[in-house]
Design a protein around this ligand. Structure first.
Ligand code: FES
Ligand code: FE2
Length: 448
């Protein structure tokens, strides 16, 4: 048993608190998780035209994602190959070339070093510019509008990495013929919180909704969400499921086909939209996803750091900034076919609930900051925390992939997130990281 095995116990749902604060563990996370995973880098709507770019992060590495002249997309480290300056300072834009502020080296949108001031006088024309192009990420791929990249040449294909999670992602990304788009700008918030805490919170923690968010829910909730409303336990076991065992990705889903809009003051315009388009979606996704899932409140987590909530319609990425800090970027994401009025209502509601001053986000930020702080002390960092609800209640369901537990109040998903975390932290290469997309496969690949 390695030291890492002592940090996580999948069978009992135990985690060591030190995972939220230890600098050495964090350094390993950058290498073993962030440098090897497929990470979301851009929505295709953000870079439509040649020269369009967005500046983002893969782990703590800053990257530029750029639409090429041939319509393909490339991503480069946003750092000058001369003396290491940040190359581009703009968050997004359109450019024919990227010129470094320090000494003026100029790079094309394809990453090639094209211009070097005083090339003849200072370098005697001997600089091999072909060796000083921008450093490109190893793989980049689009899944139905979402562009992911990885630094790892050996990583499995994006399709394989997402596995059966694609079946759930399609409930949002492929429900309507024209797909999705981000609207508004990214709302960026930095919090003194370990990056894993919001991931586990949204991936599976339905338990806190009725308590931590009781105040927020009392002023926002207009209909029941998976049996969960103010004063209720949120354990409507027929109406909602927790889904995990999807290569570390997870889903929390109500199954009523409309509760995604349950946190809107007046959901009518959204409910009308659902009604008007239900048949189209059933034709595209089938009866189960079209009637039970599309329109429901769903939390989706793509391991390690992307989360999206169709219905509440937010889309969020977490960038780690050291063991005790992360930056999260939140957008409103909508179906392109939605009316301008509905899009505006969604944008307003995302700000109201999960924006920087959002009613729900502030409840979460306070709790998660305190947990991070409670993992530092000499004594507290030796302590454990637990996600041990509903152990042994996992089962399969014919109509949906993955490992299922009933209800939203169930800590199965967090256990699987930490199982994946440990699998990646321990593995020397992708050959040692198991792939599993069902209860059977999850059991067969479980570490003994
Ligand atoms: S550091 Fe960029 S041109 Fe010198
Ligand atoms: Fe929350």
């Amino acid at each position: 048993m390695s030291e890492l095995d002592d940090l996580i116990d999948f069978k009992t749902g135990r985690q060591k608190r030190v995972i939220y604060s230890d600098p050495d563990i964090y350094e390993q996370e950058l290498e073993k998780i962030f440098a090897r995973s497929w990470l979301f880098v851009a929505h295709e709507c953000q870079i439509k035209e040649p020269g369009d770019f967005i500046r983002t992060f893969m782990g703590e590495d800053e990257v530029l994602v750029v639409r090429q002249k041939d319509d393909s997309v490339k991503a480069f480290l946003n750092t000058c190959t001369h003396r290491g300056n940040r190359l581009c300072k703009a968050d997004h834009g359109n450019s024919k070339t990227f010129v470094c502020n320090y000494h003026g080296w100029g790079f094309g949108t394809d990453g090639a070093l094209n211009g070097v001031p005083l090339e003849k006088e200072a370098y005697y024309n001997k600089l091999d510019k072909g060796k000083f192009g921008l450093i490109e990420v190893a793989q980049i791929k689009n899944y139905k509008g979402l562009i992911f990249a990885t630094f790892d040449e050996e990583a499995p294909s994006l399709e394989e990495y997402l596995g059966e999670m694609k079946w759930y992602l399609d409930v949002w990304l492929d429900a309507m013929p024209e797909g999705t788009e981000l609207i508004g700008t990214a709302m960026k918030v930095e919090l003194p919180v370990n990056w894993k805490l919001p991931v586990e919170n949204v991936s599976g923690d339905g338990y806190h909704l009725g308590w931590a968010h009781a105040g927020a829910m009392s002023v926002t909730t207009s209909m029941s969400v998976g049996g969960l409303e103010v004063g209720n336990t949120g354990t409507d076991n027929d109406g909602a499921v927790s889904v995990a065992g999807l290569n570390g990705h997870t889903v929390l889903a109500a199954l009523d086909g409309q509760s995604g809009y349950g946190f809107y003051p007046d959901p009518k315009i959204a409910v009308d939209y659902l009604q008007a388009n239900r048949k189209t979606v059933v034709d595209r996704l089938g009866e189960f996803r079209g009637t039970k899932m599309w329109g429901s409140q769903i939390n989706m987590t793509v391991f390690p750091n992307l989360q999206m909530l169709p219905g509440l319609n937010w889309f969020r990425i977490y960038h780690p900034k050291g063991p005790g800090k992360f930056e999260m970027w939140t957008w409103a994401m909508v179906d392109k076919e939605m009316s301008d009025d509905l899009k505006q209502m969604i944008l307003d509601n995302v700000s109201r609930t999960f924006g920087p001053a959002g009613l729900f986000d502030n409840d979460d930020g306070d709790n998660l900051q305190a947990i991070t702080e409670q993992s530092h002390g000499w004594r507290t960092r030796q302590m454990d925390v637990y996600t041990n609800m509903a152990i042994g209640a996992e089962h399969s369901r014919e109509e949906m992939p993955g490992v299922i537990s009933d209800g939203l109040v169930c800590e199965q998903n967090q256990r699987y997130v930490y199982r994946r975390w440990l699998e990646m932290m321990k593995a020397d290469s992708w050959d040692d990281i198991p792939q599993y997309n069902s209860l059977e496969e999850a059991r067969a690949t479980e570490a003994k």
